[in-house]
Design a protein around this ligand. Sequence first.
Ligand code: SAH
Length: 215
Amino acid sequence: MTLAQQRLQFILGLRSAGITNARVLSAMEATPRDAFLDGIFRERAYEDRPLPISCGQTISQPSVVALMTQELDVQPRHKVLEIGTGSGYQAAILSRLARRIYTVERHTGLAKAAQDLFRRLDLANVTVIPGDGSLGLPAQAPFDRILLTAAAEDPPATLLAQLKPGGVMILPVGQSDTVQNLIKVIKSDDGFEYTELGEVRFVPLLAGVAKDPGN
Ligand code: SAH
């Protein structure tokens, strides 16, 4: 199969996995997943699997990225916070759906690589912040939408506080190495409403900044 055929199959696969939102499908179609992978993994970019990236991390499974994006219900005027930039793939998709994206990554090397890639892909509305995302991003808060792509043991109170009333946060919850649940939290005037979206597997949300060689 040629790359173009693989990309067509990829979008058809997302549709049959229940991704029906036209804006989400076109954002996924416009975002070349191979650009976010290195070396031999590029050839496997359009398989529906998580794949390794540098710093021992992973790019998420595309059907899970699509589901999270669809459930986040991002609108064109929204300001969105992502925790866990990783390869930058999820943030690149969000950048096509919202006005402004901030994404925080604890590995400085990954943060730099993602920011360079956004520049090359002309995605001017995404800013990568190297740092500990469990603290959120107080300087830019509050956010319309918050997405975590690393698993927390509980929805972090600091992040819930940085969500606007009516805002939505999606995150995997659970211990690493056990089954995690994808949770959708809606903030209302009188509290939070929680919905479980299904089982997932993400790397854990770790406190502090990573001590990478060369940082
Ligand atoms: N959204 C990514 C998937 C990244 S995997 C993509 O599309 O490729 C999760 C990422 O979360 C990893 O890169 C990991 O380093 C990062 N992470 C874990 N804990 C973090 C924290 N406290 N703050 C910021 N990033 C964190």
